[in-house]
Design a binder for this molecule. Structure first.
Ligand SMILES: [Cu+2]
Length: 111
């Protein structure tokens, strides 16, 4: 590999790095609410980005958790309680309730 193609490769690498840097979005973090009720998570919001916030609200009569499969969050909510998660990195995060394994959801977080 010559110097020229090496420089082109590193330039492309830098561009893809910049494209995936959260600062490149230039938007303020948004807060999205996911309501939990009747033993189910409300639908996950679309268009999530790094630094956005999920506010979990337990409107059910049961205690629930929002527990990420990758360990990135574990929110424990008594009936009527709410809690927040900051999305730290891009990717797909599947989550469940530790008390009710049939409760499932998925967050898709863009850069
Ligand atoms: Cu539950």
């Amino acid at each position: 590999m010559g110097v020229r193609s090496l420089m082109a490769a590193s330039g492309a690498l830098m561009l893809s790095f910049l494209a995936f840097t959260p600062l490149s979005r230039g938007a303020e973090p948004q807060v999205y609410v996911i309501e939990i009720n009747k033993l189910a998570f409300g639908s996950a919001p679309a268009g999530l980005h790094v630094n956005d916030i999920i506010e979990w609200r337990n409107s059910d009569i049961f205690r629930h958790t929002a527990t990420a499969d990758d360990g990135s969050f574990d929110i424990d909510l008594l009936p009527g309680a709410k809690g927040q998660t900051v999305l730290k990195r891009p990717g797909v995060i599947d989550y469940t309730c530790r008390f009710h394994p049939g409760m499932k959801g998925r967050l898709v977080v863009g850069p």
